[in-house]
Design a protein around this ligand. Structure first.
Ligand code: F0G
Length: 410
């Protein structure tokens, strides 16, 4: 499909086969760019309805060459839940949760990885690599397995949730645990990929990952009967996802399929919130956090690679950035699980926690159509529940003991 890569800073253009992850002249990130006049001719949005809801429903908007293999595990098509009970708790009439934990490896990363790994195959790469707080590595390992590629993942030692580590190992990735945090891991793997061109890097600095993830926006629009929500709330770590969702809505706008854009709200954990800090100070650069800390290990990131794209999304949409504490995250994770039957990992709880905070502050109105994106499944990180929620009671296996334990003996 016809496209090129473009620097988000100086707008330098690169051919689509370019495997660089940053602009050679100014160092900024690249993004995939299209000729929308051409696209308007090839896109037939009513045809989409005849295809299953999934990432590949929108294949005309995904930059893969015709005839290239699509490495797919059935990603996308996640439920947009009407969250009436949480809505009632918070005083909202029109709340939805887009539950990305329903993806094949349990997180939104699969949307980007199906395209990213397909691209790797298209260009003839044999090895794919990433740094990760867990979910990217799980997804990369699974899609690489499906494609028959070798996968290499670099993770912070002892700091990723057990379920995610198990996934990477199970799918046969070469797992390297480093002393240091995610930011150190990303720096190391970026350098590795820059000097070993046989490695195709699939962090979200790779613009093709973002293209896959932008389908989240298309699906929300499709599932709301082709209406644009007023507000979309997203947890933010390395900041690829909020940038991708914004790009998706912008595509729809460029294609003339929607007439207005939603407001994008990003939520960071308080101990790892450089983008929120920059937003609040009205600055156009972030100051990286040296030792990011939060219970939500997926978003424990002090120097987000896509900060500039994220600020652009938030400011360009009239949105905002918010922070939440670990306590607020766990509270939201719990009430979402108990009121809606949706079990998410702590990082995903942050979008719900941010919503609660913003409703209480009057920044979100009761009749607003709000979509909260929950990004990863709760089973990724069962230790958090074991450690922070109620403990099970141990009882003898007789009726009387059960009755006493349940208070049924009165
Ligand atoms: N939620 C979950 C469950 C995540 O795994 C991540 C990122 C985010 C939110 C934040 O998304 O980075 O695009 O802003 N996880 C990455 C990883 C960093 O390595 O799995 P983002």
């Amino acid at each position: 499909m016809d496209h090129h890569l473009e620097c988000i800073g100086c707008r330098a253009r690169y051919p689509s086969i370019e495997t660089a992850y940053a602009c050679k002249s100014c160092g900024d990130l690249l993004e995939v760019s299209y000729d929308y006049d051409d696209l308007r001719e090839s896109v037939n949005a009513s045809l989409w309805k005849s295809r299953p809801l999934s990432v590949w429903r929108y294949e005309e908007l995904l930059p893969l060459d015709k005839g290239s293999v699509k490495v797919s595990l059935g990603e996308g098509g996640t439920t947009l839940h009407r969250a009436a009970r949480v809505g009632k708790l918070l005083g909202l009439n029109d709340l939805y949760v887009k539950n990305e934990g329903e993806n094949p490896t349990g997180s939104f990363k699969d949307r980007g990885m199906t395209l990213g790994v397909s691209k790797a195959v298209e260009i003839g790469a044999k090895k794919v690599a990433c740094a990760s707080t867990g979910n990217t590595s799980a997804s990369l390992a699974a899609y690489a397995a499906k494609a028959g590629l070798e996968s290499i993942v670099v993770i912070p030692h002892g700091k990723i949730a057990l379920g995610k580590l198990a996934q990477a190992i199970a799918h046969g990735a070469r797992v390297l645990q480093i002393e240091g945090n995610f930011d150190d891991a990303l720096k190391a793997v970026l350098r590795l990929a820059q000097s070993n061109t046989s490695l195709y890097l699939l962090n979200s600095v790779n613009p093709y990952r973002i293209e896959g993830q932008k389908t989240l926006a298309y699906e929300i629009w499709d599932q709301l009967e082709r209406k644009v929500p007023d507000t979309v709330i997203v947890p933010v770590g390395n900041a690829g996802n909020i940038s991708a969702i914004w790009k998706g809505f912008q595509d729809l706008s460029q294609l003339g399929l929607i007439s207005h854009l939603p407001r994008m709200i990003g939520v960071q954990a308080q101990g790892a919130s450089p983008i929120t800090e920059a937003f609040r100070r009205g600055q156009c650069r972030i100051r990286p956090v040296q030792n990011p800390e939060t219970i939500a290990t997926a978003i424990r990131i002090g120097s987000p690679a896509s900060w500039k794209k994220a600020l652009r999304a938030v400011k360009g949409s009239g949105g905002l950035m918010e922070t939440v504490t670990d306590e607020e995250i766990l509270d939201a994770q719990k009430f979402l699980a108990r009121l809606e039957g949706i079990f998410v990992e702590p990082a995903s709880g942050s979008s719900i926690a941010g919503l609660k905070k913003l409703v209480e502050a009057g920044a979100i109105g009761k009749d607003e159509n709000v979509v909260c994106v929950t990004t990863g499944h709760g089973l990724k990180d069962p230790e958090i529940v074991q450690r922070m929620f109620e403990k099970p009671i141990t009882v003898k296996a007789d009726q009387r003991s059960l009755e006493i334990a349940l208070g049924l003996n009165r």
